[in-house]
Design a binder for this molecule. Structure first.
Ligand code: PLP
Length: 355
C-alpha cells in the first residue's frame, strides 16, 4: 500500500477511485462509458446539477452567487479574474504570499495597475504578511488561501473593503469558510476535489458586468453562467469524479468534520517535527498549513537516506518543492491519519537508527 503525500495532483478517496473506474466501463448502468456519454444527456446533466448542489450545500453558498465548473486550471483564472473585473485605468490589490500569488498578479498587469499590498518574498514566503492596508479604490483584492509550495495558510481572512478574490486551489473544501466574505473563489480541482481538468469558480453575480471590455466567450464569466458551465463541451469525467468526491466529503460529515481531521493530521506531524532533533519546520508557527507540511533536516546530508527509508515504507510524494528543498507532506482531505502515523514512525525510526 502506498501513502500518497503528493502535492498535486493530490490523493483521492479509494471509494471514489473505484466508482470512477467502474463508470469508465459502464456509467450508472447506461451501457456507455462516462467518457462516451453526451454532455447534453440527462444522465450527465444530473451529474453536473448534483455537483453544483453539493458545492452550494457544503459551503452554504448564499443567494446571488453562481457555481461554475470551468477548464484551464487555476492558472487560467489568474488571467480570467482581471479580464472580467479590472477595467482599463483601474487598480487591483494583491497579497504576494507565494509564487502562485506572484503568477496571478503578473497576469493582472496585462489589464490594469497592480498594487502589491504586502509581500513575504524576501523571506522566501515562509510567512504570510499581516500588516497592510487594502486600498478602498481597488477593483478587487486577491489572496491565496493556502500556499502549497511553502506550507503556509491564511487562517484568518482579512476584512476587505472591496470584493475579495481568493485562490483556494490547495485547500478548497478542507475547512469551513464564509462564502459571503468573497466576491470570487476559484480552485483547480486536482488537490482536494477531483482530477486535473476542471476548475471550480464561485462568483458573486453582482461583481460581474461592471467594466467596459470585450471579453472572449470562453473567458467571460457571464457567458459561462448563461451556458451553465456548458458553453463548450465540459470536462465530463473530471466533473463526475469531483461530484463523487463532494459526496464523499458530505458523507464524512461535511467541511467542519473534515477540518477537524485535517487539524489533527497537521498537529500530529508538526509535533513530531518539533520533537525530533533530525527535523525542523519551515513555515512560521502561526501560518502553518493544515494541507502542506514543509520541513527540512538539521543535516541536509541525511535527506537522501531519509527519502530511501520513506520509499521502503511506501511513502511517496514527499520531496519538497525545488524552491524550498527538504520535504513537503501534503495531507489533503483524502489522506487518512494512519498514513501520517506511518510517516511519523519513519521519522522516529530514522532518528533511532542514526543517533
Ligand atoms: N494556485 C495554487 C495555490 C496552486 O497550488 C496551484 C498549483 O499547484 C495553482 C494555483 C496552479 O493551478 P493549475 O495547475 O490548476 O493552473
Amino acid at each position: 500500500m502506498k501513502h500518497n503525500f503528493g502535492a498535486g495532483p493530490g490523493i483521492l478517496p479509494q471509494e471514489v477511485l473505484k466508482q470512477s473506474a467502474e463508470a469508465v466501463i459502464n456509467f450508472n448502468g447506461t451501457g456507455l462509458s462516462i467518457l462516451e456519454i453526451s454532455h447534453r444527456s440527462k444522465e450527465f446533466e444530473a451529474v453536473l446539477d448534483e455537483a453544483v448542489a453539493l458545492v452550494k450545500e457544503l459551503f452554504e453558498v448564499p443567494e446571488g452567487y453562481s457555481v461554475l465548473f470551468l477548464q484551464g486550471g487555476a492558472s487560467t483564472q489568474f488571467a480570467m479574474v482581471p479580464y472580467n473585473l479590472l477595467g482599463d485605468g483601474q487598480k487591483a490589490a494583491y497579497l504576494e504570499s507565494g509564487v502562485w500569488a506572484n503568477k496571478a498578479l503578473k497576469e493582472a498587469k496585462f489589464f490594469g495597475e497592480v498594487a502589491v499590498v504586502a509581500s513575504s518574498k524576501e523571506a522566501n514566503f515562509t510567512f504570510i504578511p499581516k500588516d497592510y492596508e487594502i486600498p478602498a479604490d481597488a477593483a478587487y483584492f486577491h489572496v491565496t488561501s493556502n500556499n502549497t509550495i511553502y506550507g503556509t495558510q491564511l487562517h484568518q481572512f482579512p476584512k476587505s473593503p472591496v470584493p475579495m478574490v481568493c485562490d483556494m486551489s490547495s485547500d478548497i473544501f478542507s475547512r469551513k469558510i464564509n462564502v459571503a466574505d468573497f466576491g470570487l473563489i476559484y480552485a483547480g480541482a486536482q488537490k482536494n476535489m477531483g482530477p486535473a481538468g476542471v476548475t471550480l469558480v464561485i462568483v458573486k453575480n453582482e461583481i460581474l458586468g461592471q467594466i467596459e471590455r470585450k471579453i472572449p466567450a470562453m473567458l467571460n464569466y457571464k457567458v459561462q453562467i448563461e451556458g451553465g458551465s456548458m458553453y463548450n463541451t465540459p470536462p465530463v469525467f473530471a466533473i463526475y469524479v469531483s461530484m463523487l468526491t463532494l459526496n464523499w466529503i458530505k458523507a464524512k460529515g461535511g467541511v467542519e468534520a473534515i477540518e477537524q481531521d485535517n487539524i489533527a493530521k497537521s498537529r500530529a506531524l508538526y509535533a513530531e517535527i518539533e520533537r525530533n532533533p533530525f527535523f525542523k519546520p519551515v513555515a512560521a508557527t502561526e501560518d502553518r498549513s493544515h494541507m502542506n507540511v514543509c520541513f527540512v533536516m538539521e543535516n541536509p546530508d541525511n535527506e537522501k537516506a531519509f527519502l530511501k527509508l520513506c520509499d521502503e515504507k511506501g511513502i511517496v510524494g514527499i520531496k519538497g518543492h525545488r524552491s524550498v528543498g527538504g520535504f513537503r507532506a501534503s495531507i489533503y482531505n483524502a489522506l487518512p491519519i494512519t498514513s501520517v502515523h506511518v510517516l511519523i514512525e519513519a521519522m522516529q525510526e530514522f532518528a533511532e537508527k542514526n543517533k
